[in-house]
Design a protein. Structure first.
Length: 361
């Protein structure tokens, strides 16, 4: 066991990978030797990681028999890879950030834990613990949580819970948003769907925009993150309506755009919720309807219950209720001010600092 060697397990979506990258970079800056295990899907979100990345084979077991057989072989290979690399590294601590890509590395880490060669820690980004983290919770020393209320944490594990928030880029500067809203200034609306599914969100947004009275169009600037396939259509709509716009398939400066925008319409992955709190921006949240354990809806409710965001379920996006909420948020300056004030009362925790202290205390 090497005391300053740490291995992080992550993969899948940006919601899992980005916090692991941020925490890994924090550890490296403090002199720790940090390695990140990722599956193929997760690699695209890890470009800023300063340490070593090891690509681990992974798969899920949904699908037909042939798919499951192939997945089993991939998982078996992932186990062998994880065993090989962890036996060489011999980390004192393994920290998992969830997703099915973490399962096989955690199996090996559990074996090393039995031999007293490592400690296991978990980080849960969502307001409900994911299946992999829930499975390994009995074997973990700590579970670090993003939200201070977790729906499915059993009472016997409450002593393991540490509310820390989610690791962020420590170089990011968070500024307090002014509640003095200039009514003459154009309203900038940012629409993005996170790393999972924005096509339906963007389609419904276009329908809402078309319903607005014509005199609204010269008052708006729209920024949209969209798939390549939808960009020509969206561009055509905005040009026809004579709306100022910016379109990209991916923005790597989300925080800058959020800081300069007045309203955001987005999914409600954990990373998005944290970004909204950081930037104190009035938001309409549209949870991904088929997220595992309905975690995006529960994430959105975390803000909505505090009157710090609006919620529209995807099944209601095409209804008048969605359009009315959207138009009212544009028109009602007092409503936007109230939301900003609610967001500014929410404490932003230094997750990386708190996790480092707890793990190595």
């Amino acid at each position: 066991m090497k005391n300053n060697f740490v291995v992080l397990f992550s993969g899948g979506t940006g919601g899992h990978v980005i916090p692991s990258v941020n925490f890994g970079n924090y550890l490296i800056d403090y002199g720790y030797n940090c390695t990140l295990f990722l599956d193929n899907r997760g690699l695209q979100y890890a470009g800023k990681f300063k340490g070593r990345i090891i690509n681990i084979s992974s798969a899920h077991l949904s699908g037909n028999i042939l798919f499951k057989l192939n997945s089993f072989l991939l998982l078996l290979y992932g186990f062998i890879q994880s065993f090989y690399h962890l036996m060489i590294i011999r980390p004192s601590h393994c920290i998992s950030f969830g997703s099915y890509a973490s399962f096989m590395p955690l199996i090996v880490a559990a074996l090393l834990r039995v031999l007293k060669l490592t400690e296991i820690h978990l980080h849960e980004q969502n307001s409900i613990i994911g299946k992999v983290n829930l499975f390994f919770l009995p074997l973990s020393k700590n579970i670090f949580v993003n939200f201070n209320s977790i729906k499915n944490l059993q009472s016997q594990y409450r002593n393991k819970m540490n509310h820390v928030g989610s690791p962020t880029d420590n170089k990011k500067i968070i500024k307090k948003r002014s509640i003095k809203i200039n009514k003459e200034k154009k309203i900038k609306i940012f629409v993005y769907g996170g790393s999972q599914g924005s096509i339906n969100l963007n389609n419904c947004f276009l329908k809402m925009i078309k319903k607005l009275p014509y005199n609204y169009y010269n008052k708006l600037t729209i920024v949209v993150q969209s798939s390549y396939k939808k960009i020509p259509e969206i561009k055509r709509v905005f040009k026809d309506l004579k709306i100022d716009f910016e379109l990209k398939s991916f923005f790597d400066d989300i925080h800058r755009i959020l800081a300069s925008s007045d309203i955001v319409i987005a999914r409600s992955g954990a990373g998005t919720i944290n970004d909204i709190i950081d930037s104190q921006i009035p938001a309409i949240l549209v949870p991904l309807p088929h997220s595992i354990n309905n975690h995006q809806y529960l994430n959105a409710k975390y803000l909505v219950d505090k009157h710090a965001a609006l919620l529209i379920e995807e099944k209601d996006l095409n209804l008048d209720i969605a359009y009315i909420k959207f138009k009212e948020l544009i028109d009602n300056v007092s409503q936007r001010k109230t939301i900003i004030e609610k967001l500014q009362t929410m404490k932003i925790l230094d997750a990386s600092k708190l996790m480092l202290k707890k793990i190595f205390e």
